[in-house]
Design a protein around this ligand. Structure first.
Ligand code: AMP
Ligand code: ZN
Length: 461
């Protein structure tokens, strides 16, 4: 697999540390608000990465953090409130209740777009001792200093600071806004530990007094605690490159004295009307809104497959509706093809090989989707088309098998069968008999078995 490494800005051959297995750390959500489809684009990217690696024969272990404390920018620090706490106050709940609620919502949202759950979801609040351990180590090694009850990272102590984002320290300093914090040695130093203000709810004791961790230290602590001192891939969205991942490198490498991450991979943003989709700007859609418009949430996944992960992607409702139509059509065709004689299903290695090459080429999913279309047009038996596309769907995750078995039904019959199943589950036998009658008139004969209802088409009565 060739992947673009942000560190070095080049496409590289992935060389897993352990043969046959790839360890992945993916920056996850801050659970103080609902995720929007922009966030989901980044999570779909890491899901596609993982599924592609597995399709290519590797095992994967993915860890995704849940940020349930802080996520402070330097600006928020000085206002003394972070996003978790603002939400807690506005919704009149404890930070723990907020985190639990939005974690559940996140897991539900990713399920809707067929993102397979990570192997583990460590919560930041469960890793405070590890964060403190790292901070102590950074102080010992001369990379961090105390000032008041705060601890700051001394960026001058890490000459490679800026290597990920390509920012020179001079440029970084020029970019800092407002009055510099007088306790910092340099304005670009970032906070590792922050003394608790009067009104904070989430505070922990520490060697430096009671307080709470900075956001960046969370990911250094959780990634190395879960995946070890070296792991293969670290993913995130483009906005994570600086400052979040630049700081993570300074922290992890400063504490351990060696490189930790093999390949840094960043997904570009989803845009809405030309601007980055963002919670704070209020220009966003949730996946549930897309569903409420009558679209299949997987239409969004289909849309995400149309662009390479390193390209910005514009989100629009027209494009989404087009993706929804194309997806439904594709499922119908896969169902029809799969009904063709199975004898023609062999072969197709050349297509499968091209699919693998597209994935291995820095996840070229647009090329993979073009191949899907090509297979559809190819002069090969339908059963083979169906077998190939259902195999590709292990990566694409579009539920291309959804219409299988419903193919021969006359229009509307599938819905009646679903209603009848519900009626039977509710022991509403009057409705179930009525529906059986309606289906018979459409030419669908229904019988009941221990495993549920069975049907066959008999032609119009
Ligand atoms: P947050 O919950 O704000 O920390 O964001 C979660 C993830 O979504 C991060 O990895 C961000 O880089 C990513 N992200 C935020 N906005 C967008 C966007 N408009 N498009 C794609 N990814 C995004
Ligand atoms: Zn992170």
């Amino acid at each position: 697999m060739q992947l673009h490494n942000t560190l070095g800005r080049a496409v590289e051959q992935l060389k897993p540390l352990r043969s046959g297995e790839v360890s992945i750390y993916s920056c996850g959500p801050t659970v103080y608000r609902y995720a929007h489809v922009g966030n989901l684009r980044t999570y779909i990217f890491s899901d596609l990465l993982r599924r592609s690696l597995e399709y290519l024969g590797l095992r994967t272990r993915q860890v995704m953090n849940i940020t349930d404390v802080g996520h402070l920018t330097e600006d928020d620090f000085d206002r003394g409130e972070d996003k978790m706490l603002v939400s807690a106050r506005l919704e009149n709940k404890s930070p723990e209740e907020i985190a639990e609620f939005y974690t559940a919502a996140f897991l539900e949202d990713i399920r809707k777009v067929n993102i397979r759950p990570a192997d583990e979801y460590p919560r930041a609040t469960a890793y405070i001792p590890q964060m403190q351990g790292l901070i102590e180590r950074l102080i010992e090694r001369g990379h961090a200093y105390r000032a008041g009850g705060n601890v700051y990272y001394d960026i001058a102590s890490f000459p490679e600071y800026g290597k990920l984002s390509g920012n020179s320290v001079d440029k970084l300093l020029a970019g800092t806004r407002g009055d510099p914090d007088p306790r910092k040695k340099a304005p670009g130093d970032f906070t590792l530990w922050k003394a608790a203000g009067a009104k904070r709810l989430q505070v922990w004791d520490s060697p430096w007094g009671s307080g709470f961790p900075g956001w960046h230290i969370e990911c250094s602590a959780m990634s190395t605690a879960m995946l070890g001192e070296r792991f293969d891939i670290h993913t995130g969205g483009a906005d994570n490159v600086f400052p979040h991942h630049e700081a993570e490198i300074a922290q992890s490498e400063g504490a351990l004295g060696h490189p930790v991450v093999g390949c840094w991979v960043h997904a570009e943003h989803l845009l809405l009307s030309g601007a980055r989709m963002a919670k704070s700007a209020g220009n966003f859609f949730r996946i549930t809104e897309i569903e409420e418009m009558g679209h299949d949430p997987l239409a969004f996944r289909y849309l995400a497959l149309q662009a390479r992960y390193r390209a910005k992607l514009n989100f629009g409702l027209e494009g989404l509706a087009g993706a929804d139509r194309a997806l439904r059509l594709l499922r119908g065709r896969v169902a029809a093809w799969s009904a063709e004689p199975a004898a023609g299903a062999d072969g197709g290695e050349a297509y499968a090989e091209r699919f693998r090459s597209a994935l291995a080429d820095d996840l070229d999913l647009p090329a993979a989707m073009a191949l899907v279309a090509e297979v559809g047009r190819a002069p090969i038996p339908g059963a083979l088309k169906a077998r190939l596309l259902l195999d590709f769907d292990r990566v694409l995750g579009l539920d291309l098998d959804r219409d299988l078995g419903e193919r021969a039904l006359p229009a509307g019959a599938a819905e009646l069968l679903r209603r009848r199943e519900r009626a039977r589950a509710e022991r509403d036998y009057a409705t179930s008999d009525q529906l059986r009658h309606e289906l018979a008139e459409m030419g669908v004969q229904v019988t009941d078995s221990a495993d549920g209802q069975l049907w066959k088409t008999t032609g119009p009565a």
